[in-house]
Design a protein around this ligand. Structure first.
Ligand code: CA
Length: 227
């Protein structure tokens, strides 16, 4: 069963999340402070972390940076204000999803499932995808351009893999959001633009002339080769 680490200082909310996750077949682990959260993360190696932005002893963003320095564990950030989401996305720290308070525990469970689902590879998929000198290893969750590895966040990886898997198809931002978030939730379509921009920058940092994602005017994005 998937272990979910909840780092949230509001005890009531933390408890409700634990109950909901447990009822949905997850194993919740609970921390009320950032330092406790970091300790449990190292001890328990959770499959996903629900991380409150405002913690009593530590800024949730500092905690996220600390996690990201060490591994690509999926993280869903919990924030108190919708305006903070814009700021968080702009910081490009690579959280996999964002939830704003107040939220329903049911929504949180659905988001947790969506993030875990998109990070797990169905058995019927091919193991590698290729476009030009871009190669995506779906089994190892790695991507490379030429001989150099492309360092993507889990959400960026999923987005790029989705586009490359169907190279002739133009996806709308909303469709891409559904693929990367599991669908049917209120999302932020410009999240997709920011992810795409980041992916393009990372690819160009390796191969300045390369771009594997084309903008389709009035629609969204599709995979393709441009120079
Ligand atoms: Ca808090």
């Amino acid at each position: 069963m998937h272990k979910i680490l909840i780092i949230e200082d509001e005890e009531n909310l933390n408890k409700i999340l634990q109950d909901y996750l447990r009822h949905n077949g997850f194993t919740p682990i609970s921390a009320l402070t950032g330092s406790e959260g970091l300790q449990l993360w190292q001890q328990e190696k959770p499959d996903l972390i629900l991380l409150d932005l405002n913690l009593p002893d530590m800024d949730g963003l500092d905690l996220l940076r600390e996690l990201r320095r060490k591994e690509q564990v999926p993280v869903i950030m919990i924030t108190a204000r919708i305006e903070e989401v814009d700021r968080l996305i702009g910081l490009e720290l690579g959280a996999d999803d964002y939830i704003t308070k107040p939220f329903s525990p049911r929504e949180v469970v659905a988001r947790v499932k969506a993030v875990l689902r998109r990070l797990s590879r169905p058995a019927s998929q091919p193991e590698t995808l290729k476009l030009g000198n871009l190669q995506i290893d779906l089994r190892g969750h790695t991507a490379s351009v030429g001989s150099k590895s492309l360092d993507l966040t889990p959400a960026e990886f999923q987005l790029l893999a989705q586009l490359i898997a169907e190279p002739d198809r133009a996806f709308s931002r909303l469709e891409l959001l559904e693929y990367t978030q599991g669908g049917r939730f209120e999302g932020y379509e410009r999240t997709i633009d920011i992810h795409i921009k980041n992916i393009r920058q990372k690819i160009r940092a390796i191969d300045p002339g390369a771009n594997f994602i084309l903008t389709v005017f009035g629609v969204g994005y599709k995979a393709g080769l441009v120079k």
